[in-house]
Design a protein around this ligand. Structure first.
Ligand code: GTP
Ligand code: MG
Length: 223
């Protein structure tokens, strides 16, 4: 009897592990699919315009631990369906562009792909967060074709410039130090971070203007 119980629980455990692996794999496939699409767009864009709007891309899968933490925070049901419904950023892709205008070029190209469903868009560039954070966030449903089925997998795409990325990475590092020690961030630091975000935005504007001016000069030379 005891042996049978052990046997059953081992099988259950094995099945559970397989289910989790399969669940996580669909998100990895969605990232692979999206990265290939971006790569194709960049290659074609480069061929047509002799210009690459993307500096680099980075993808990440949320760890099971942080999926669980977020599910609990959001009060979602502890099931695969519950996770799907509550945690929309299990798969995350960050696209770093050269100029602000490139962000909208890339997001438009993604919008034009009929089999991608844009579930939501948050434009923190036109409306920065109170702390100064800027980026364009899209929640996109990507079709993933597997051996026995097609699944629509939700992922979060963050599109930003190098300056926005620099600010967000450093802000995260600074905040992490404080949250590790359960400390509140001093108001003066918050204010300075906000000023730094404004400096990053000013740099973006200046580079965009230079880029536009140089493009005009190049066009005139080509005529
Ligand atoms: P969650 O924050 O993921 O619960 O969902 P949400 O709907 O509030 O998403 P939101 O668009 O606000 O942000 C999602 C992601 O954007 C975060 O996980 C970060 O990667 C990034 N992000 C948002 N705000 C900030 C910020 O103030 N600083 C930094 N460094 N990153 C941010
Ligand atoms: Mg948030």
């Amino acid at each position: 009897m005891n042996m049978l119980t052990n046997q059953l629980s081992m099988n259950d455990l094995k099945k559970f592990k397989n289910d989790i692996t399969r669940f996580m794999m669909t998100y990895k496939f969605a990232l692979d699919e999206m990265e290939t699409r971006i790569d194709i767009l960049v290659q074609e864009f480069e061929m047509l315009h002799e210009y690459n709007p993307i500096e680099h891309t980075k993808s990440r899968l949320k760890s099971p631990e942080s999926i669980f933490q977020k599910l609990m925070r959001k009060g979602g049901e502890l099931s695969f369906e519950g996770i799907k419904g509550s945690v929309k950023d299990i798969a995350g892709l960050r696209i770093t562009c050269s100029f602000v205008s490139d962000i909208y070029v890339i997001s438009e190209m993604l919008r034009n792909q009929n089999d991608l469903h844009i579930l939501s868009e948050k434009d923190y560039i036109k409306n920065p967060k109170p702390n100064g954070y800027q980026s364009l966030h899209l929640l996109i449903e990507v079709p993933v074709h597997m051996s026995d089925r097609e699944e629509r997998v939700c992922m979060e795409v963050q599109i930003r410039t190098i300056a926005m990325d620099c600010w967000a990475s450093l802000e995260h590092k600074i905040f992490y130090k404080f949250s590790e020690g359960n400390q509140a961030v001093p108001a003066r630091l918050l204010e300075e971070l906000k000023q730094a975000a404004a400096s990053a935005a000013a740099l973006d504007s200046q580079m965009e203007r230079l880029h536009a001016e140089i493009s005009v000069i190049k066009e005139e030379q080509a005529d």
